[in-house]
Design a binder for this molecule. Sequence first.
Ligand SMILES: [Ca+2]
Ligand SMILES: [Ca+2]
Ligand SMILES: [Ca+2]
Length: 212
Amino acid sequence: MPEENSDYNLVGVWSNTSSDPEEHTYAGTVEQPLDPLMVAVEDGNGVVLYYAPDSDSLAINHGSNSLAVDAQGQSLQTDIAGNPRILYDIVDIGAYEYAILGDTNHNGMVGQLDVFVVAENLYYGMPTGATWADGDFDRDNDVDDDDLYLLALHWKEYWDDPVQDEIPSSAVDQVFTDYGYNNLDPSDDITPEDEEWGDFVNELWDALGIIA
Ligand SMILES: [Ca+2]
Ligand SMILES: [Ca+2]
Ligand SMILES: [Ca+2]
């Protein structure tokens, strides 16, 4: 729970009639409550591990970096899930730091470097103990087609300015385009259940230069 009189919070309904929210706090009203858009992340047995902001949540990048410190005043290094505490320059409100699905290396863009990570782990097999950095975006401890699908849905998505250190690959990009990704029509994106999924993966591996 947020401390009383502290700033940098999301408040569903502001009920304090004697004062307004602090400058960096977002608050709703009785008529228009603020939905923090936090999503429960569960373990394999349905136990809620923590709440993570959805991509539209006001929690993202609305915390205070200078307040993201431990009891000794040292900057926090990791969030509740063990990922970097500050991503995309500014810490998020809450215990969890939002990252774009597919962005394994947290550089703010879903690019070819991320596809390589997922491809290598899918190809060589990472049955258990996988982390976000390995490509386990749905956090079920493996890297499988479901994770590649999540990456594909976010292919070339970037947080702010396009990142300059990614090597653009027209061949890889073309494969995503050929299978419906990265356009404005989500209905033509293939899924792991589709017959063409195997062809998509093979062509992607070819474009990456991975010999399967
Ligand atoms: Ca952030
Ligand atoms: Ca990336
Ligand atoms: Ca997974």
